[in-house]
Design a protein around this ligand. Structure first.
Ligand SMILES: [Zn+2]
Length: 324
């Protein structure tokens, strides 16, 4: 027989499709550790870029209300788009994967996943990064560099644990404006922004002394260069992984949905801080990826989230592809 808490959780999930983006963003959030939960390994995809070794680790999944993916367009814009592909028109499911990289003597993470954070209206389905690292015989102490694309909760959720750095031997890399913004004191009212700021303070303050700022176009460690990609947040960056002619452009959150981002690059995601800059970033990166025939990766694309970008009508299309 289902427990009362199970029933109420199902009721909450059932209510999500009825919520618009605005209601969702002002809704209650769950930011708490669940000691009974032990996230198990789900999937790892390993490949090389020249001599650089890469492992994509499935960390989490969560859902957002569909209208959040066309926040600068009238209600009813996004539903026909998803229905065209036979996808649910009211709720969008997003994957989330953390990229682990061995380059030279560096053992690097691109972002740290969701840790113990569960977004509103979602059952916990997150925090698989550590079991993924364990499966490839990497301990948290082995990590030399944590390169953060931006300060959203689903990217910094495992920077710290219990007020201590999770990767205590690592340099953490983050642009100064991201650190400054996401460590602001949250307000008292219940909102998605205040939830994000609470996570920012909890995750980033314990690692503040370990943070080394990086700048656009900087090769942060050998073979990983920061690419300007503002809009999603003010200091958001993509990354080019490169060894000679072997390259992969990691979009991070420049495009969050694998269909919406390339095919409707001007549709704003509700959490984007500068919608014009975000659209410009998408067009710049998709044009480059298409023209240079680059392999790309997306942090929220369906696992493992790797493929090519090809031109299509007024925009582009993401074509999933295996890597060797
Ligand atoms: Zn994200």
């Amino acid at each position: 027989m289902p427990t009362l808490s199970k029933i109420s959780r199902r009721g909450l999930i059932g209510a999500v499709p009825a919520l618009g983006a605005t209601a969702y963003l002002s809704g209650a959030a769950s930011v708490q550790a669940d000691p009974m939960r032990s996230p198990s390994l789900r999937a790892i995809h390993r490949f090389n870029i020249g001599t650089i070794k890469v492992a994509i680790i499935d960390d989490a999944r969560f859902t957002f209300p569909a209208p959040m993916f066309a926040a600068n367009h009238p209600d009813g814009t996004v539903e026909p788009f998803f229905e065209k592909y036979g996808l649910p028109a009211e709720t969008v499911s997003l994957h989330m994967q953390v990229t682990y990289i061995e380059t030279g003597s560096h053992k690097v993470l691109l972002d740290t996943g969701m840790g113990d954070i569960t977004f509103p209206g979602n059952e916990p389905d997150n925090g698989r990064l550590l079991s993924g690292l364990e499966a490839i015989a990497v301990s948290p102490e082995d990590i030399t560099d944590v390169i953060l694309s931006h300060g959203h909760p689903d990217h910094i959720g495992s920077c710290s644990r219990n007020g201590e750095p999770m990767f205590k031997n690592a340099h953490y890399h983050l642009p100064p404006n991201e650190l400054e913004f996401w460590t602001q004191k949250p307000g008292d009212e219940q909102s998605f922004m205040n939830m994000m700021l609470s996570v920012g303070v909890a995750q980033l303050e314990p690692i503040r002394s370990l943070i080394q700022p990086y700048a656009t176009d900087e090769e942060i460690v050998p073979g990983i260069t920061a690419i300007s990609a503002p809009g999603h947040t003010l200091g958001h960056h993509a990354f080019l992984l490169h060894d000679g002619d072997d390259k992969l452009l990691h979009l991070m959150d420049a495009a969050v949905h694998y269909l919406v981002g390339p095919e409707e690059p001007d549709w704003a995601l509700a959490v984007e801080m500068d919608q014009t800059a975000a659209a410009d970033t998408r067009r710049k990166l998709f044009k480059q990826a298409s023209e240079e025939n680059l392999m790309v990766a997306g942090y929220h694309f369906p696992f493992p989230g790797i493929g090519k970008i090809i031109p299509q009508q007024h925009a582009w299309r993401f074509v999933p592809m295996q890597t060797s």
